[in-house]
Write a protein that binds this ligand. Structure first.
Ligand code: 13P
Length: 260
């Protein structure tokens, strides 16, 4: 099964609306070179802060760059001060949404059960969720990486059908590699990616496992992307810091292996 690689830029809480317009314009200009590479078949998506989504959508109109949000509430509307719903994200121009990022788990108390409710709600309105999993340094050092990732997958994907999984992306982001400059080795990332695919094969179906895209995230930069993306089980990257720079992000996109 060939999987279309996805290079996703998670801007986190960075950039105001004018800056968003500027970065989108720079990316849109560079996107003209992507098909010219011949055989590059990656999808590209950016995830600006919620307040900037509509401006990003306007700036990206007609360019091959998808748009997503960094979080959403599971209810379509209601008395949830400060929250944003899936239907609202759709009208802002989003096709995707990141769920369960480790920063949301760590700083905002998100749980696997809550992430699961959001994933089901996202799918119900037609947004593609990127469900994030990953272990802390302590969990890795105590040999619990697979156990932690399995718990996050089982909780986060509970009740999703094989048909649902067609629209889901998994991001493996080891917490110790996020924003630290300490990138996982290809062996470390590849091992967990194969573990995730194996788990999906057993818990859901072999077909779903071979189809689902698993991204790596954690200190991905232009100079380490090529090596990571060459692993057959690493189907793309969820990029933080380096996605805030058009040149870096463009170089990461152009690190996707070409189809021969
Ligand atoms: P960095 O690329 O800045 O390490 O962030 C990774 C990340 O958290 C993407 O979601």
């Amino acid at each position: 099964m060939t999987r279309t690689p996805l290079i996703a830029g998670n801007w986190k809480m960075n950039g105001d609306i004018p800056w968003t317009r500027e970065l989108c314009t720079h990316l849109a200009k560079r996107s003209a070179n992507w098909p010219a590479l011949g055989g590059l078949r990656a999808e590209v998506a950016i995830f600006p802060p919620a307040v900037s989504l509509a401006a990003a959508a306007a700036a990206l109109q007609g360019f091959p760059i998808l748009l997503g949000a960094q979080n959403m509430h599971e209810a379509p509307s209601g008395a949830f001060t400060g929250e944003v719903s899936g239907p609202m994200l759709l009208t802002a121009g989003c096709q995707m949404v990141i769920l369960g990022h480790s920063e949301r788990r760590q700083f905002f108390g998100e749980t696997d059960a809550g992430i699961n409710r959001k994933a089901l709600a996202a799918l119900a309105v037609g947004l593609k969720p990127i469900v994030c999993v990953g272990e802390s340094l302590d969990e890795r050092e105590s040999g619990r990486t697979h156990e932690v990732v399995e718990r996050q997958l089982a909780g986060g994907l509970k009740g999703l059908t094989v048909a649902d999984l067609k629209h889901v992306v998994i991001a493996y982001e080891p917490v110790w590699a996020i924003g630290t400059g300490k990138v996982a080795t290809v062996q470390q990332a590849g091992d967990v990616h194969r573990f995730i695919r194996g788990w999906i094969s057993k818990a859901h179906s072999p077909e779903a496992a071979s189809r689902i895209r698993i991204l790596y995230g954690g200190s991905v930069k232009a100079d380490n992307a090529k090596e990571l993306l060459a692993d057959p089980d690493i189907d793309g990257a969820l990029v933080g810091g380096a996605s805030l720079d058009a040149d870096q992000f463009d170089r990461i996109i152009r690190s996707v292996p070409l189809v021969s």
